[in-house]
Ligand binder design. Structure first.
Ligand SMILES: Cc1cc2nc3c(=O)[nH]c(=O)nc-3n(C[C@H](O)[C@H](O)[C@H](O)COP(=O)(O)OP(=O)(O)OC[C@H]3O[C@@H](n4cnc5c(N)ncnc54)[C@H](O)[C@@H]3O)c2cc1C
Length: 490
């Protein structure tokens, strides 16, 4: 019997636990810090309803972190922000915007190059997993797609007026129509405006808990426990042998043959650091004994987003947050469906492959102390220039929507202060435990997600992605977990 202990029942953790436990010769135990519901129907309505983003101040199913989005300079104060992550079975897939778009082939070429040119992460290598995970209700029988997989994927057939107006304006600005944003390369235009593939069924958000894990809960070889905060990984020498946890007022230790961290890009990194896998200087300063030196948290990627508010008097029926998107190579322009107040709407203008990278460090060894997170957005002149161009493009499209006009357009000069004043994050933090070859000094895990330098320990979540993704990360996280499940059972 193989005993796999999975830390974190989030987007990737649910996929992995469900796939590993399909094999009766594997025993799987999954520990989740948040609540575990036994069926999708038992989840709170706010989590099921795909038209709401359940991340308001009252939400009790979130991790919340302060983050410095842009550092201070001689001219500008720092831009502070807040990150959230889903805490509860399904993790961030239980609270997110249900945008389910694959990363393009060029990202996998860059991913393969980051691994020294291996074909393991080419688009051809990942496509079978992208196909296996989906039940594409629009294009499932088309080339490069899948039918019958756990995640239902569909695009709106009846967009709300604001999405319809944006799409018409983008077409009028000569952008191509992209009916299928998940089409494989060459099967249609690569750039343009199109309906967003969403993991939604009958108005309900279908995260990986309801798609993968909850239907598997009856298996005798699968144990799932909620309300368990894993605080540290235990090692014998460099072999991972178990974890320490806290559950309410109690605490304990569980041993395992093999441990897989699926705690997300913030918490998987924090767990490794607290357990002694990280930069030796940083660990020594906090009194944490070093098990293995590794560049955990030394850099991460995320997508900066400029919020461009505009006025438009238009009906706003309930809809998924993003029904249409204008996708260019390294830019996304997102016409959100949710009005911010009365007739005030928002375009999100996101830079998908920024040059500037962030840093994550522990502030202390206590698991309840949130790490220090610095995005370092807008640090490079190239990123600022690209965002300026993208905002100009967004305004050009906006001007083609009859009756729409921006509330606070950027001034002709002093553009940097305006970018900073309207800066936000897409909440797509990735790459804190980068994949790469053992001799790559930036790498934490190998091409199959095993942590370098130690044994019995892997990281399978968005932490490991070694390059910025040109599209939102949810679909790629599910694909990654599907692939890792194959390696962990072979
Ligand atoms: C509000 C929001 C909206 C988003 N919208 C989209 C979108 O529409 N489309 C898109 O592509 N991407 C979106 N994203 C990003 C995407 O959802 C995430 O990047 C992705 O789901 C991350 O998956 P993961 O498996 O790495 O981590 P998560 O899904 O965050 O899972 C981590 C899990 O580990 C658990 N955990 C953490 N630490 C511990 C511990 N110490 N002990 C036990 N359990 C622990 C957590 O509770 C959680 O369940 C959004 C993110 C957010 C926060």
């Amino acid at each position: 019997m193989v005993d796999t202990l999975i830390v974190g029942g989030g987007t990737a953790g649910c996929v992995l636990a469900a796939r590993l436990s399909e094999r009766p010769d594997h025993t799987v135990r999954l520990l989740e810090a948040g609540q575990v519901w036994s069926a999708a129907a038992e989840m709170p309505a706010a989590l099921r309803d795909a038209t709401r983003l359940p991340i308001g101040p009252e939400a009790r199913w979130l991790w919340r972190y302060p983050a410095t989005l842009a550092a201070s300079s001689d001219e500008h104060p720092a831009v502070e922000g807040n990150l959230v992550r889903g805490k509860g079975i399904g993790g961030s897939s239980t609270v997110n915007g249900s945008y389910f778009v694959r990363a393009p082939a060029a990202d996998f070429a860059a991913w393969s190059a980051a691994l020294g040119g291996t074909a393991d992460w080419s688009f051809e290598a990942v496509l079978p997993a992208y196909r296996r995970l989906e039940d594409d209700r629009d294009y499932g029988d088309g080339p490069g797609h899948g039918r019958g997989g756990p995640i239902p994927v569909r695009r709106t057939a009846d967009p709300t007026p604001v999405s319809r107006a944006f799409a018409a304006a983008a077409r009028a600005a000569d952008f191509a129509e992209v009916p299928d944003l998940n089409a494989p390369q060459g099967a249609g235009p690569a750039e343009g405006v199109g309906p967003v593939p969403c993991n939604v069924d009958g108005g309900a958000r279908v995260g990986t808990a309801s798609a993968y894990l909850l239907p598997a809960l009856g298996r005798p070889n699968l144990t799932v426990q909620g309300g368990v905060l894993v605080s540290r990984i235990r090692f014998r020498g460099t072999r991972a042998i178990g974890i320490d946890y806290r559950r309410g007022e109690t605490s304990g230790t569980i041993s395992a043959d093999r441990i897989v961290l699926c705690a997300g890009a913030v918490e998987s990194a924090a767990l490794l650091l607290r357990s002694g896998v990280g930069p030796p200087d940083e660990l020594a300063a906090l009194g944490i004994p070093v098990v293995w030196p590794a560049p955990v948290g030394a850099r991460f990627d995320d997508h900066p987003e400029i919020g461009l508010e505009y006025l438009l008097d238009i009906p706003t029926p309930a809809a998924v947050p993003l029904e249409y998107v204008l996708s260019l190579d390294d830019i996304e322009i997102r016409p959100y469906t949710v009005p911010f107040a009365w007739d005030r709407h928002r375009l999100g203008v996101a830079l998908m492959r920024p040059e500037s990278a962030g840093v994550l460090q522990l502030r202390g060894a206590d698991p309840l102390t949130p790490p220090r997170i610095e995005h370092r957005y807008l640090a490079g002149a190239a990123d600022r220039g690209r965002l300026r161009d993208a905002v100009a493009l967004a305004i050009e499209v906006l001007h083609r929507i009859p009756g729409a006009y921006p509330c606070h357009p950027p001034p002709a000069s002093g553009h940097d202060a305006w970018l900073r004043a309207n800066l936000a994050t897409s909440q797509h933090l990735s790459g804190t435990c980068r994949m790469g070859a053992a001799e790559d000094e930036r790498a934490v895990v190998d091409a199959r997600c095993a942590v370098h330098g130690v044994s019995g320990l892997s990281v399978v979540d968005l932490s490991v992605v070694p390059v910025p993704l040109s599209r939102g990360p949810q679909a790629t996280t599910v694909m990654l977990a599907e692939r890792a499940a194959g390696w962990l059972t072979s």
